[in-house]
Ligand binder design. Sequence first.
Ligand code: HEM
Length: 502
Amino acid sequence: MGLPSLLTDSRAIAAVAAAVLLSVVLATRTTRTSSHGALPLPPGPKPLPLIGNLLDMPKQRPWVGFAEMAQTYGPVISLSVLGKRIIVLNSVETLVEGLGKRELAGRPHLVVAGELMDFNRTMVLVPDGPEHKAHRRLSHIALNPSAVQAFTKIQTESIRRCIDRLATTPDYDKEIRVAVARSIVEMVYGIKIEGIDDPFVVCADTVFEALGDALVPGRYLADVIPMLKLIPSWFPGAHFKREAAQVRKELDTMCDYPFGLVKEAMASGTAPYSFVSSLLDGVKSGSIEGVPEEFISNVAGTLYGGGVDTTYSTILTFLLAVSINPRVQAKAQEEIDRVIGKERLPVFEDRVLLPYVRAVVQEAMRFYPTAPVGVARLATKDTVIGGYFVPKDSVVIPNAWAVSRDPGSSGLPADEFHPERFLNAGPPPDPSVYAFGVGRRSCVGQTVGENFVFIMIASLLASYTILPAQDEEGRDIKPKLAWLDTTLTRPEPFGCRFVPRA
Ligand code: HEM
């Protein structure tokens, strides 16, 4: 749901009315002059009095609407909505410049999700400051490109299990999701899960679903009128406080329960190597100092939510694209057969030997980025992007989808699946540069995610020819190239068949 769709329900109308009043108070913030000499604000559609650009906000798939605006106003756009300044970055240059700034390491403050549900304890929402810095340091120790080599075995095993089952399962997407969830839970805690009905997975999925819901603009009035958080939970209409309290409890369980299991296993000497056990070992040996244990459990708890849907969605985009693209499959399979042979499945170390498969992976990341408008940042100080003034407290949106439409000099249409675009001269921007964010809040799971996606895609191509589903008469059902209108998107449900290769 985009911002203007708020106007369709009464709760939202109340929210907008209240926000209009609030905007009068905040108006000074959006109109004040640049502290960076005479630099102007970025251009954008002309705002109306009080509501600003509320009516200009794209109704659906905001990434598409913002990209269209960029055609008129250029890569950096400025909008003012109900007193809040929003800056959208639509080119690789401005996205990299902007997100790389120290002043953009903040996240927008969310009353319900951040404070009441307590997602501010997790790495994705924790405000910029010493705690976030400690979370990053911990993640870097255990997930830097050389440390994650320790996890490729876990990833490969989980993928092999999934590949074996795909020939017979009617639920291919469930199988892929289990493979991703399994490898992340085992990597983080050393715990093996069987399926998506595992209690940890159920709890984590509930928690992150609640977060996704709370992030829908206008979902909670308290995000517009923060003082509502002070009303008691029993008060009529305070159901948001009861809902938030429930989520908070589940978030505590999600972070603390598996963490406790690792500690018990370590005490009895049975804990396998994992993200958590390696960091707890570091604390015990003194190589990691000044970090409360609870930071480790908070970071660990975030990794499931940060990693599962993003990785799963990228694999689904790959499957959707290649199911109607036999040419690309045949070319990739020829490369795999020639370089690796048919006796074994590809492993991570084969990556350097498979340039076409690598380009398929890049193209899957580019074709429809799973976080099309990234994760919003907050400017914690005045700054400058692309030569424009960006005031403190602006919300900055990196439009990764707009960057993914940049054709480079290949001339190949952006909405067609052509891995060749990354092998020709003048390639488009590399998705590994923009699809994971940049700078102090960039994705800490980038290497581990990219490794998983490579092994999974190479193994799928080596094992199966992927075709569209068929109707009762055996005719192919051409899938729709359509993605959900959600902040973390994935293809709309589609059918496909996995035909084992000889
Ligand atoms: C294809 C896979 C993935 C994609 C496309 C992706 C994308 C992103 C993006 C766009 C951000 C926001 C970055 C920013 O604000 O600049 C992010 C943040 C994050 N990602 Fe990923 N991600 C992926 C996989 C993973 C995995 C596998 C993990 C964990 C193992 C993970 C954990 C996180 C965390 C914890 C953050 C928050 C970082 C912070 O706020 O400091 N991600 N990711």
